[in-house]
Design a protein around this ligand. Structure first.
Ligand code: NDP
Length: 308
């Protein structure tokens, strides 16, 4: 069985930054990128708030740069996903893609978070056939068509704005009478002629013709039910942390976010550290994920030094 000093799970800003720091500290890190190489950022286009890029930076290029930077210091970056873990004793045992087992002295969990869905059977039925949680991935298919975005946060506004530049019309389905999004995003949405906000509305059902989405049935707070005709239905109602694999051992809060000790990345298991969105329900930014990846590598380095 392969034995490593430091194993990192997750190929987003947290994982790659951990790999940069861990390789520079001679921990010989091995990183598995997981199901979404490059992390959630690759579902967006331009990142305008990552420091050092006054004109914004293409999200894919930013992640490629982080990956290359980690590799340049010797990090072993691999494709593959952890499918089982045993954290009952150290070294920890991690199974990759249900095949190889790997033993790690220290583990950094940087598995991120994934998009939430409403949980409607009709939404499941048309997933990939008009239902999507990534406008920047799938928006292209809706040129000059009509779509809806569910949610009232920054992501929903960002997705709606992106779709408004492609589609003929964008509905935003917002369950309250206010946005949760920041003021600047709200203003951008209000300034768009082809975005119509449907306040106080919840989706009862995604309507379709068996092949794809044709509409949505909405329930307004006043009890009225009405249908809208749409070709695409985009979810932007937040994310769930990808922590399920670890929860038999690792303590999380009620929403599944991994709990870390004070201002560190230490989890309840000595030698296991968490970084990025899997442990951060508040900030969830590329730059904060990267920073916490740095912390996790430094915490792992200190831990391994103390063990020896
Ligand atoms: P948020 O949690 O901020 O917003 C989720 C939105 O979805 C809210 O409007 C919420 O409604 C709504 N919602 C949740 N569940 C349901 C449901 N079951 N049915 C209908 N609506 C629902 O998530 P985001 O992904 O928008 O943002 C996450 C974090 O990332 C935030 O901190 C945000 O600021 C940040 N972000 C920053 C960006 C930027 O700076 N450019 C871009 C994108 C995100 P309600 O308000 O009623 O709870």
């Amino acid at each position: 069985m392969e034995k490593v000093k430091c194993l990192i799970l997750g190929g987003g800003p947290a994982g790659f930054t951990a790999a940069i720091y861990a390789s520079r500290a001679n921990l010989g890190p091995v990183l598995y990128e997981g199901v979404q190489p490059g992390g959630q950022l690759t579902t967006t286009t331009i990142v305008e708030n990552f420091p050092g890029f006054p004109g914004g930076v293409d999200a894919g290029n930013l992640m490629d740069g982080m990956r290359e930077q980690a590799r340049s210091f010797g990090a072993d970056i691999r494709s593959g996903t952890a499918t089982a873990v045993d954290l009952s004793s150290r070294p920890f045992r991690i199974t990759i893609d249900d095949k190889e087992e790997i033993e790690a002295q220290a583990l950094i969990i940087a598995t991120g978070a994934s998009a939430r869905y409403l949980g409607l059977p009709s939404e499941q039925k048309y997933k990939g056939a008009g239902v999507s949680a990534c406008a920047t991935c799938d928006g292209f298919f809706y040129r000059k068509r009509t779509v809806a975005v569910v949610g009232g946060g920054d992501t929903a506004c960002e997705e709606a704005l992106y779709l408004a530049s492609i589609a003929k019309k964008v509905y935003m389905i917002v369950r309250r009478d206010v946005f949760r999004a920041s003021e600047i995003m709200q203003q951008k949405v209000f300034a768009k002629d082809n975005i119509e906000v449907l306040w106080n509305c919840n989706t009862q059902e995604v309507l379709g013709d068996g092949f794809g989405v044709t509409g949505a049935r909405l329930l307004r707070k006043d009890g009225s039910v009405f249908d809208i005709a749409i070709d695409g239905f985009f979810l932007a109602i937040g994310h769930s942390p990808s922590s399920q694999l670890f929860t038999p051992w690792i303590a999380t809060d009620q929403d599944g976010y991994i709990l870390t000790d004070g201002k560190s990345s230490r989890t309840n298991i000595p030698g296991v550290f968490a970084a990025g969105d899997v442990q951060d329900k508040i900030y969830r930014q590329a730059v904060t994920a990267a920073a916490s990846g740095c912390m996790a590598a430094r915490d792992a380095e200190k831990f391994l030094l103390e063990q020896n």
